[in-house]
Design a protein around this ligand. Structure first.
Ligand code: WT7
Length: 648
């Protein structure tokens, strides 16, 4: 691993930049006296009632609870909108860059955003949505996505955003599990010039059993494409908001009331509805957004994520808007119309902070430096990375070619469940090492444990746990608190288990090594092996399937599936294509297997457990590293698979 060090450049500091000394001092206070620390930080928000109780948490299995600012009362949309009207009413809140560079960009001021949110909040109330009701949001990357989230927050409804790349089946699962009352969608999405039939997908989803809790579907006219409108259920967004007043009484929320649900994949079963709180979440999202990007009043901040993922929630919508920042929202993709698009947009809008994912960096790096070099990028001040470990080669390219060798890169490690940044540099405080997420954020106490749960001190490698609660942490799994406990607090009782492996070097820097559970990280998105397998076995010709991740040049990890066909059937290239298309249809395009191998049988232990470790090594084409195969029920199975693999 790389030991190069990129020191902090004090010349880049602004008036509020956190210096190395200040970081040390703040970090120490944050873990030694969390009540004092977070009590002060919480004052950055506007409360109906300020909290007097700050941290009221315990990871102890006999006394488990995670309450922050518990007696406080607050509304998230007031903090993201109303609070800014006096001083920043005419400041651009959302700067929208459409898919097609020839379509004009849109600048929505804080006042305009406030009015749109209020109108939709009122419309939702008229449709019978109130505090605690669930609203599914299935929208493209357009300003109305932020409007929808904030409108829910305004009236205390719990939003559940479903990424536009998910299939009707995945939409149905989420609607059903969350008992959604309303779905907010658009006629169509647009990505790289291609249309995504969002409304038609919702129509298909709502034909599934168990989705009849939905009484209204609100449809944004975006592309103008033809859609079917079901009478009595479907309404146009512009119709329901047209006559609503531009004020809307915000719901007084308890600090611990849920703000949103976001489904994410784990090692077993269906995706879990991770539930985030109102106050603790917003404190963490806004404070981390300000300090980690060293935010300044005139910044143009651009996070390229989709609002369908937690990154979009915390660092396109809630963090930036709570901070009164200008947040760029991009509908398109980095490669459309060509590989220069990101940098064209940076120049066009004079972006100062740019936050993206390693998978995008690697793809652009492959396309060559010219696409970058023909742009100026002089507005940039801070770069960021998120989603998976960034390989040092990509880090250096990002630093040298994109940032001209001058800009700090904040490699932010966190998860859907953590709500906000957990291990990350602060640009003015922490010297960088390419590939390391560096040091813990305020209030975060990471530790490494071995398989038995024993702490690894100093330099070493193990499983990454967090030993105490932090304000932005997820509070539960929607409708299944036991699953929350079992998933995150059982492997190492008394600690939150991240599911990641990690190394700590002699300087105390953390290096995330990737998932240690059965989760595949494809281009920074989590796909559960269990989901892939159950999608495959839904197909009538599939008897059994196993999915593993394998190293992939662009995606970080690719999806490799082994399929055992129903007895008597022969595999063919055509059937391979059919099964790959089938998975795509069941889960969505992001789950498309990269490789499918026929398996006459799968390697299993004598108790019938699939030995994924072995399947991973075969997929990696490393048959010499299979390790101990003595516990296999039938070792010959492995030989067959290895020979097959070598022949592909
Ligand atoms: C998993 C969480 C958090 C927003 C995006 C993904 C991996 C995320 C990093 C990073 C190394 C990272 C981890 C983590 N991951 N950021 N900077 N360095 N790994 O959210 O879908 O909840 O995935 O993504 O494996 O557990 P998510």
């Amino acid at each position: 691993m790389s030991q190069e060090l990129y020191p902090v450049n004090p010349a880049q500091a602004g008036p509020n930049t956190i210096t190395p000394e200040k970081y040390q001092q703040m970090y120490e206070e944050s873990v030694k006296d969390p009540n004092a620390f977070w009590g002060k930080v919480a004052k950055r928000l506007q409360w109906f009632k300020e909290p007097t109780v700050i941290k009221d948490t315990s990871f102890d299995p006999n006394n488990f609870h995670t309450r922050w600012f518990a007696d406080g009362e607050i509304n998230v949309s007031v903090n993201c909108l109303d609070r800014h009207l006096e001083t920043r009413g005419d400041k651009v809140a959302i700067l929208w860059e459409p898919d097609d560079p020839n379509t004009p960009a849109q600048k929505i001021t804080y006042r305009q955003l406030y009015e749109r949110v209020c109108k939709l909040g009122n419309a939702l109330r008229k449709l019978g949505v109130g505090k605690g009701d669930r609203v599914t949001v299935y929208l493209p990357m357009v300003p109305d996505a932020a409007v929808a989230l904030l409108a829910c927050a305004r009236i205390g409804a719990i939003h559940n955003v479903v990424f536009g790349g998910f299939s009707p089946g995945s939409v149905a699962d989420r609607v059903r599990d969350s008992n959604a009352k309303v779905v907010i969608t658009a006629d169509e999405g647009l990505r790289a010039g291609r249309k995504v039939p969002l409304k038609a997908n919702v129509d298909a989803a709502l034909k599934s059993e168990g989705t009849d809790t939905v009484t209204s579907v609100i449809v944004l006219k975006h592309t103008g494409g033809a859609v079917e409108m079901t009478a009595g259920r479907d309404v146009w967004l512009h119709d329901v908001t047209a006559n609503e007043p531009a004020q809307c009484e915000p719901e007084r929320m308890q600090a611990e009331d849920p703000l949103f649900i976001l489904y994410t994949s784990g090692s077993t079963g269906k995706p879990k509805g991770v539930v985030h709180s109102t106050a603790g979440y917003l404190v963490h999202a806004s404070f981390s957004h300000e300090t980690v990007f060293d935010l300044r009043e005139d910044d143009i901040y651009w996070c390229t994520a989709d609002v369908g993922w937690v990154t979009g929630h915390s660092y396109i919508v809630y963090g930036p808007l709570a901070n009164g920042a200008t947040s760029v929202m991009f509908e398109g993709v980095p490669s459309y119309p060509d590989a220069s698009r990101f940098w064209q947009v940076v120049d066009k809008h004079q972006v100062t902070i740019f936050y993206t994912a390693p998978t995008a960096i690697r793809a652009l790096m492959r396309d060559g430096d010219e696409w970058v070099k023909k742009t100026s990028r002089t507005s940039l001040r801070v770069l960021g990375s998120v989603g998976e470990p960034i390989n040092p080669e990509a880090w250096r390219w990002y630093h040298e070619v994109v940032g001209g060798g001058k800009l700090p890169i904040v490699d932010t490690w966190w998860q859907t469940e953590t709500g906000g940044f957990m291990i990350t540099p602060l640009p003015g405080a922490i010297a960088l090492k390419p590939g390391s997420a560096t040091k813990p954020f305020f209030g975060v106490q990471p530790a490494l444990v071995d398989a038995e749960g024993k702490f690894i001190e100093g330099e070493g490698e193990g499983n990454l746990v967090i030993v105490d609660s932090w304000p932005g942490q997820a509070r539960t799994v929607f409708g299944d608190h036991q699953r929350f406990i079992d998933t995150y607090f059982k492997a190492y009782p008394g600690m939150y288990f991240t599911g990641d492996g990690c190394r700590r070097d002699a300087d105390g820097y953390y290096w995330i090594t990737g998932r240690v559970d059965d989760v595949i990280n494809v281009s920074g998105h989590r796909i559960g092996t269990a989901e892939l397998e159950s999608a495959l076995v839904l197909h009538e010709k599939v008897a059994e399937a196993a999915a593993v991740g394998y190293p992939h040049d662009l995606k970080g990890q690719g999806i490799y599936v082994y399929v055992t066909l129903v007895a008597g059937l022969e595999g063919s290239d055509e059937l391979k294509k059919e099964l790959i298309a089938h998975v795509r249809k069941v889960i969505g395009p992001i789950a498309t297997p990269d490789h499918l191998q026929w398996a006459p049988a799968l390697p299993k232990t004598r108790s019938g457990k699939i030995m994924r470790r072995i399947l991973r090594k075969i997929a990696e084409n490393a048959p010499d590293q299979l390790g101990d195969t003595s516990t296999l029920a039938d070792p010959a199975v492995v030989d067959t698979l290895v020979v097959e693999r070598l022949n592909t």
